[in-house]
Write a protein that binds this ligand. Structure first.
Ligand code: CAA
Length: 257
């Protein structure tokens, strides 16, 4: 891997993926996106991994798609490259994914953070969809995910002016889970990941799928999806362990079975 670093046992049951193109502020070139999609698929197959954290560095989570790589492309080149397939591979990751964001999360970088299930931001984080300033528009899900996350008025202003918002604004918009001092953002993401990793990974996976489904379907269909996943948790040993542990007044030991 040239542009990302993967630590599959960063903490027990927690994997860490670091975007690693610091000189270019982690601009998302095609190779980086491929490496990211490949590593998420590998971590998905690793039974030991229950939660994945995606991060950049203090200065940048990612400053967007790589403008140098795209500047002279034609529409047909873009169609052939078909980045959407890569975005879908990243999106189809089946495990809880937490973005730990410091510095710039712009354009594709903001879209990548929004693909994650939760965002922990450092107080220096800046979010934005500035594509309009370079004559294009968001192409990695920004118009859809940002609008669902922050509402039409705020999304429209961000997409049409390209203005960045601060971590505190992102918090008040509901885009991020919390804002912490810069020296704490990874620690805070790990702490959240540990909480989730101590739960049944089967229940976490099914619950996560059901929450995500709420963005993609009508209420009735979503409720049916939720119910089926809920019943499916009863096929796991973790369900027996969780409920028995409660009744026996002890801490559950979830095995992911
Ligand atoms: N693509 C390629 N290179 C980038 C980049 C990007 N998105 N963002 C930054 N870089 C490079 C710069 O070209 C510069 O490289 P050189 O040293 O070789 O000149 C290096 O990273 C450092 O950047 P700056 O000198 O510009 O740093 P700064 O602190 O002055 O400014 C910034 C930081 C405000 C983030 C500024 O770099 C910037 O505006 N970047 C572009 C942001 C942007 O427009 N993102 C959207 C891209 S399009 C997209 O993402 C499409 C999509 O929806 C999928």
């Amino acid at each position: 891997m040239d542009f990302i670093k993967v630590t599959s046992s960063y903490e027990e049951h927690i994997a860490l993926i670091e975007l690693n193109r610091p000189k270019e502020l982690n601009a998302l070139n095609l190779q980086l996106m491929q490496e990211l999609a490949d590593s998420l698929e590998t971590l998905n197959q690793d039974e030991n991994v229950r939660v994945i954290i995606l991060t950049g560095n203090e200065k940048a989570f990612a400053a967007g798609a790589d403008i140098k790589q795209m500047a002279e492309k034609s529409a047909i080149d873009m169609l052939r490259i078909d980045q959407l397939t890569l975005w879908n591979r990243i999106r189809n990751n089946g495990k809880p994914l937490i973005a730990a964001v410091s510095g710039f999360a712009l354009g594709g970088g903001c879209e990548l953070a929004m693909i994650c299930d939760m965002i922990i931001a450092s107080e220096t984080a800046k979010f934005g969809q500035p594509e309009i300033r370079i004559g294009v528009m968001p192409g990695g899900g920004g118009t859809q995910r940002l609008t669902r996350a922050v509402g039409k008025a705020r999304a429209m202003e961000m997409v049409l002016t390209g203005k960045f918002i601060s971590a505190d604004e992102a918090l008040s918009y509901g885009l991020v889970n919390r804002v912490v001092p810069v020296e704490m953002y990874l620690y805070e993401a790990v702490s959240l990941a540990k909480d989730i990793a101590s739960m049944s990974p089967i229940a976490a996976r099914l619950a996560r799928e059901a929450v995500n489904r709420s963005f993609e379907t009508h209420l009735d269909e979503g409720l049916q999806f939720e119910r089926k996943n809920y019943y499916l948790t009863y096929a796991s040993g973790d369900q027996k362990e969780g409920m028995r542990a409660f009744l026996e007044k002890r801490k559950p030991d979830f095995k992911g079975e």
